[in-house]
Ligand binder design. Structure first.
Ligand code: PMV
Length: 326
């Protein structure tokens, strides 16, 4: 009863910010994302009588007690569904800095769900796996299907799931991550979106999001990069406008973030098609087509504020592998 899964993080082109049901993690709006090839979590789960309690390990910085609790709650869900009570050992490895807004919870809960279900001999469809992953961390449901993914907000737990819109090979996009901070963020996304209703702009964003989704689906269909980029950027600004106007206000961007945003706008004025998006942290994701990757890398290498650059291609979703971590 041992299995290992590898899962990618994902970057949302249309963001999820706010829940209509906290416990079920039902989102206020549907969202769309791309899986990221360089941000990968590998997780091994083993259920065995040799474990007297759940053992949760990370080969990176270790997990806090709160994070361990979240993992155990997820194991409990898997145990309940597979009607077992056996304790488990979980070991996890990330290829990237955790909790700096780099979506470690998305890849983490996607890998835990797929490895955990396999180890517990619980056979679920991809749709069911996305629903289960969503209960661990909302955005984790988008890390399970391949390539470019949509999470339908749904009206109930069964109808709030993720599915692939297009495979990896559909569009050779890049997400060039510019890391301006690698320490843990002050406000997690789970905590951050709890007060979303206190923003006077939430209603407006939710109205706009529906038309953004229609428009971005057209942009995908027509492979219209300019249209895609503009929607991605607009939605990130809207999401952060909501966060900044919540009570208490959350400012995920820092001065380096703003400086780089100004650079990106300047490069675009000069004719370089590159757009930014930002999750719950200060780091920037520069979205471009592969043909412009090198030009952008040449530009950003001289920016001293950038601590690290991580280049991502579209990636497959969560897969089982034979090589275990222990
Ligand atoms: O699922 P969470 O709690 O990691 O929330 C994700 C929130 C954002 O990254 C800001 C947006 C998104 O849709 O990924």
């Amino acid at each position: 009863m041992k299995a290992t899964a590898v899962a990618p993080a994902n970057i949302a082109f249309i963001k999820y910010w706010g829940k209509k049901d906290e416990k079920l993690r039902l989102p206020l709006n549907s969202s769309i994302s791309m899986n990221l090839s360089a941000l990968i979590t590998t997780t091994t789960v083993e259920f065995s009588d040799k474990y007297l309690k759940d053992e949760i390990e990370s080969t990176n910085n270790g997990f806090s007690d709160k994070e361990k609790e979240r993992v155990i709650t997820h194991l409990d869900l898997i145990r309940k569904r597979s009607k077992i009570s056996t304790k488990a050992k979980v070991a996890s490895h990330n290829t990237f800095a955790t909790s700096a807004g780099l979506a470690s919870s998305a890849s983490g809960f996607a890998a835990l769900t797929v490895a955990g279900c396999k180890a517990a001999e619980l056979v679920l469809t991809e749709k069911e796996l996305t629903i289960l992953a969503r209960l661990g961390s909302g955005s984790a449901c988008r890390s399970i299907p391949d390539g470019f993914v949509m999470w339908q907000k749904g009206v109930s737990s069964e109808s709030s799931f993720a599915h692939s819109l297009y495979p990896v090979s559909y569009w050779d996009l890049r997400d060039i991550i510019c890391l301006v901070a690698d320490e843990a963020k002050k406000t997690s996304s789970t905590h951050g979106m709890e007060n979303v209703r206190s923003s006077p702009f939430l209603k407006t964003r939710l109205t706009i999001v529906d038309s953004e989704i229609t428009d971005i689906l057209h942009a995908f269909k027509e492979k219209d990069f300019e249209k895609l980029g503009n929607i991605i950027e607009q939605d990130t600004i809207n999401m952060h406008a909501v966060a900044m106007t919540q009570k208490p206000a959350i400012f995920y961007w820092n001065n380096k973030t703003i400086e780089i945003i100004h650079q990106i706008l300047k490069w675009r004025d000069e004719g370089l098609p590159v757009y930014f998006t930002i999750d719950a942290g200060p780091n920037l994701h520069l979205i471009c087509e592969s043909k412009n990757e090198q030009k952008i890398l040449n530009k950003i290498k001289s920016i001293s504020e950038i601590k690290e650059i991580i280049i991502n291609k579209p990636a497959e979703g969560t897969k089982l592998i034979d090589k275990h971590l222990f």
